[in-house]
Design a protein around this ligand. Sequence first.
Ligand code: PMP
Length: 423
Amino acid sequence: MTQQPMPRGTTSGTPTSSAAGTRLDPWLGSYAERTHGMRSSEIRALFAVANRPEVVSLAGGMPFLDGLPLDVLSDVAARVVAERGLQALQYGSGQGDQALREQILDVMALEGIEAHPDDVVVTTGSQQALDLVTRVFVDPGDVVVAEAPSYVGALGVFRAYQADVVHVPLDEHGLVPEALEETLGALAAAGRRVKLLYTVPNFHNPAGVSMTPERRPRILEIARRYGVLVLEDNPYGLLGFDREPWPALRSLDDDGVVYLGSFSKTFAPGYRVGWAVAPHAVREKLVLASESAILCPSNAAQISISTYLATCDWRGQIKSYRELYRERRDAMISALTEHLPDATWNVPDGGFYTWVRLPAGLDAKDMLPRAVTARVAYVPGTAFYYDGAGADHMRLSYCYPTPERIREGVRRLAGVVAGEREL
Ligand code: PMP
């Protein structure tokens, strides 16, 4: 008897439960377990609309690049190809370009980090570093402890590796040490394996707050006591408005922290260059994981950034970004004060985001379609929680629109909020 091929869209010969699903995707029965956690954002469709020019988008975290010296950068691009083209267009080291890794030390020194170039692994944005660290440490069912709320892109990675995320509250001083202690104690008592403590200590995405210098050693001490590796994600640390950067967690602890940095917010995300700094043995694993994913980061991008750092005033560029974003933060806060006095929010002293709590009874996710119709977009708070909490919050970003557009966006938002109350 000839064996019949198994129909597509079945698992072990069992037809899939959804006939429509089978029609839409003939491979439905073949996907790996881990893909069940990979969710497309429910709000993606709305964002396609939000990107229309008539909509004021307070949703995305896109840096404002118009201030970049494009003439200088086109000279850099020409030099990279003319002078180092054969290297720039070739495969490179899995760990990343040696000269760039040395320059990254100068960037990190601004936050008190002392490291060796061998400690650095260059990645395709810090997003890839999040993926690598999770791949190296997390088995399905392991716990990742993360702030409540947490960066949506990190939650997506944790979900993809089937981690169980347990949130710990933040307040205006960052992650709350007592709550961390209590959560880790309870997880230990329940016999759970906690692999990572994920934190964005500076100008948090989405909460806008920073972990105070007093709290940093306490958080490290608690994590160390419970044997939990700290994953310090720091793309915004150099973008403070009124103060110099606070010492990185990694500057206080060499072997209990994996630090992630990025050129996306301080320079330009299109190069897709970020990095991880990790204890020696961990770094070896990250390089192996990265080689299996991408062989090596882009030499063309790394050499472009390395040339930029060597020949341009990158510190001046960061200073001008800080001034630009401070002006936009001011526009956001004054517009909120004027138009949404019943909401509450924090005043971020750096970074891109304000975290707004709506007047009682309003649901930001529910309201989003009406906001988009009123030509303003934001990210509902639910995106930043593993468990769907946060509906009474929204993230408003002030990085991309001009101050006038920010004011107009908040004015439109206030109109939507007023309309909700009448519903
Ligand atoms: N971490 C945080 C907290 C972020 O906000 C972002 C970008 N929005 C990333 C990581 C990823 O940045 P990139 O991959 O561009 O370096």
